[in-house]
Design a protein around this ligand. Sequence first.
Ligand SMILES: [Zn+2]
Length: 302
Amino acid sequence: MRDSLLSDIHWEAYARFERAYLDADTCVQVREAGGRFLQFGLESIAPATIKAMKKGNTPDEYARSLANTTAAGIWNHVFFIVGYPGEPIHHVLPLFRFLTDRGRDVLTVKPTRFQLARRAPLIHSPPEGIEVMPEADWDLFINIPFQYTQSWWCRRCRTELDASAMVMKQGRPKCASCNSWAERWAPLSRKAVDGIYTLSEVLCERHWSHPATSLFPYVARLFLSEEEMTGFADRLPRLRTVDDDALGQALVKVRGALAREAEMIGDIGRIYAQSSLSVPKSFNSYDDFLKHCMAWTDAAAA
Ligand SMILES: [Zn+2]
């Protein structure tokens, strides 16, 4: 009696990528205890961002946790963040590949723009690369407004310049090591973040389950089997959330940001120089962009 009652209870939860999910048996136990749907904050697979966020995980652990829970019959949702201060757009490209390659182990996926939540610990030591609005103006905000800040860069040396790496000439800074004029720049801008966010939305609408999950009430995911969900996803019409205009603009913004990063950031420029890859002259479609995500991930890993 007690057992059958318990087995009728299905629950969902926000979850952390705890190492326990690396054990397949634990995931089976979670499922047997009624767990049907877990929502994970994956946020990023860029090593530098994972470190800055103090996540304490590796991309490989994310992949194994998602595979184990899926194999046990638990649906997953994955949140990720675009626009983390200081994270070049290039560092987001492997995430597009990850979520495309591992898509079957993820039921739904949702991007968010980086936000400074008012009560979050982060607010007391905001990451570098942003400027936070003065505290006196915070009254009506849940998320604190900020700007991406530009610093000085040398295009020839492909590096950011701090004060000691510059000399002043006619009131303007020059790179102390190569004598080129310094330029104001930042790896991230609102424009670049808007572009990559729109492409993230396309990633979501292309996701295998989107026809079903975008249509059903949320609670359906606690009761549908894999066969049912897959069947619905195959049969229902695919809804588009991003129109051609918005997609076209996003592809231009992101391509521009990638070209500029290759020109300004030494580590990124070197990967292009050492592989046969170049920044495309244009992206004609989302698939074109995705192809570059695939190729970039290989080149960066070589
Ligand atoms: Zn220089």
